[in-house]
Design a protein around this ligand. Structure first.
Ligand SMILES: NC(=O)c1ccc[n+]([C@@H]2O[C@H](COP(=O)([O-])OP(=O)(O)OC[C@H]3O[C@@H](n4cnc5c(N)ncnc54)[C@H](OP(=O)(O)O)[C@@H]3O)[C@@H](O)[C@H]2O)c1
Length: 357
C-alpha cells in the first residue's frame, strides 16, 4: 500500500490488488481454466465517499455461475459478470481507509465485497453491508459464522423454511443438497420446528454427517438411487409436507410425486440446471393442481429488511448449541476457481469460503 498524493490536504491512497476474473462467458460446467487472477490498482480518495477494505474472507456462492453466462435471469438481481473485470461477491474484511461517516479505519465489515485482495465500496441502500463487533478480525470462528449461518446462507435458510414453507410440528420435510451451506441449516432449523427431516446428498460420508452430527432423522445418497421416485416413497411412506429445493431438475419432479395435499415447495435454487440446461425440471402439473401444492420461488433479498431479526434468532441458536454451522475453507485468492467449481461437483461440505489474510 502506498500513500501517493495529496487532495484537500488529505492523502490519496493507492493499493495494488489482485482480483479473479473470468476469461470469457461461462456456459455449462465451469472449469478452472475459465478464470484468471489479474492485478490492478485501486485508488481511494478522501472526497470519494468510498470505503477501502482489505478482504479477509470471501464466500463461494453457486449463483455466481449464472452471472457468468451471456444471458441469465440472475443478471436482473445480481448483475452480469463482464469477462476480464472484477467480480462482486460476499465477504468480510477490515476497513483501511474511509471517506464515509458510517465506517472508520479498523472497522470489520461483512457484505458485498469482491473476489479480490481489496475492495472499494460506497454504501448503497438495499446492498448488504454491516459492521461486525470490534476485534472480529482476530476471531476466525466469528468471521466464518458471519459468512455462513449469520450471513446470506442463514438468512436464505431461515426465510425459505419459516416464511415460505411455514413448518408445523410433526410435518415431514425433505431437503436437497442437504450437506451444503443452506441445506445443512434448513435441516437443523426444521428439527427445531419439531419436524421429521430427511436430506439427500452425494456421498455416504455426507449422509453420515447429516444423521450423526447434524441431527437429521434420515439421509440418503442420491447417486446410489437408480429410481428417485421410489426412493422418496421409501423415505417418506406418509408423504412429504415440505420440500426445500436447492437443486431443481429431476429431484423436483420426483419430490412432487410424494408431496402430500397442501404441501409446500420452496424453490431456493436449481443448481443441477446451472451447469446443464437439458436437466430442466418438468413437473407433473396434475400433481400440483390436485394436491393443492404451493410452489414458491424466493430470493433472499426479499427479506433483507428482516436480516437483523433472522440472524439474531440464528445467533441465539448457535450460542445455545442448537445449530451447528458447517464451513469448508480453502486458502488464498488463487484457490477461488477450484473452490467455485467444487460447488458443482459436490466437493464442498457446508459453506465454501476462501481465507485471504
Ligand atoms: N433463493 C436464494 O435467494 C438463494 C440464495 C443463496 C443460494 N441459493 C441457492 O441455494 C442452493 C444451495 O446454495 P448453497 O450456497 O447452500 O450451496 P451448497 O449447497 O453449499 O453447494 C452446492 C451443493 O449442491 C449440490 N450439487 C451440485 N451440483 C449438483 C447436481 N448437478 N445435482 C444435485 N446436487 C448438486 C452439491 O451437494 P451434494 O454433494 O449434496 O450433491 C453441492 O455441495 C443453490 O442452488 C443456490 O443457487 C438461493
Amino acid at each position: 500500500m502506498s500513500v501517493c498524493g495529496c487532495l484537500i490536504g488529505r492523502p490519496v491512497m493507492e493499493v495494488e490488488s489482485r482480483y479473479v476474473a473470468v476469461r470469457h462467458h461461462v456456459e455449462g460446467f465451469p472449469s478452472e481454466d475459465d478464470f484468471e487472477v489479474k492485478t490492478g490498482k485501486l485508488s481511494w480518495r478522501p472526497e470519494s465517499g468510498e470505503v477501502l477494505v482489505r478482504n479477509l474472507y470471501l464466500a463461494m456462492d453457486p449463483y455466481q455461475l449464472n452471472r457468468m453466462k451471456r444471458r441469465s435471469l440472475a443478471h436482473v438481481d445480481a448483475g452480469g459478470i463482464v469477462p476480464g473485470e472484477r467480480i462482486t461477491a460476499y465477504g468480510a474484511g477490515k476497513v483501511v481507509a474511509s471517506a464515509c461517516a458510517e465506517y472508520k479505519e479498523g472497522d470489520v465489515v461483512a457484505g458485498l465485497l469482491g473476489w479480490e485482495d481489496y475492495t472499494l465500496f460506497r454504501p448503497t441502500p438495499g446492498v448488504l453491508m454491516y459492521k461486525l463487533p470490534a476485534g472480529s478480525d482476530d476471531d476466525d470462528l466469528h468471521l466464518k459464522h458471519h459468512l455462513s449461518a449469520l450471513g446470506t446462507s442463514g438468512m436464505t435458510a431461515y426465510a425459505g423454511l419459516y416464511e415460505v414453507c411455514k413448518p408445523q410440528r410433526g410435518e415431514k420435510v425433505f431437503v436437497s443438497a442437504a450437506s451444503g451451506s443452506i441445506g445443512s441449516l434448513v435441516g437443523q432449523f426444521a428439527k427445531l420446528a419439531g419436524c421429521y427431516v430427511v436430506g439427500c446428498t452425494s456421498s455416504n460420508a455426507k449422509v453420515e454427517l447429516l444423521k450423526n452430527q447434524l441431527g437429521f432423522d434420515d439421509a440418503f445418497n442420491y447417486k446410489e438411487e437408480p429410481d428417485m421416485k421410489s426412493a422418496l416413497k421409501r423415505y417418506f411412506p406418509d408423504g412429504i409436507d415440505i420440500y426445500f429445493d436447492n437443486i431443481g431438475g429431476k429431484m423436483l419432479d420426483a419430490a412432487l410425486v410424494s408431496m402430500n395435499t397442501h404441501g409446500r415447495v420452496a424453490l431456493c435454487g436449481a443448481i443441477s440446471e446451472y451447469t446443464d440446461a437439458s436437466h430442466r425440471a418438468a413437473p407433473d402439473l396434475l400433481e400440483v393442481i390436485y394436491k393443492r401444492i404451493a410452489i414458491r420461488g424466493f430470493v433472499v433479498w426479499d427479506f433483507l429488511t428482516r436480516f437483523n431479526e433472522f440472524t439474531g434468532i440464528i445467533g441465539d441458536w448457535i450460542r445455545q448449541g442448537k445449530v451447528q454451522p458447517i464451513v469448508d475453507v480453502s486458502n488464498g485468492l488463487e484457490s477461488v476457481p477450484s473452490a467455485l467449481t467444487a460447488l458443482y461437483l459436490g466437493l464442498n461440505i457446508g459453506k465454501k469460503l476462501i481465507k485471504l489474510a
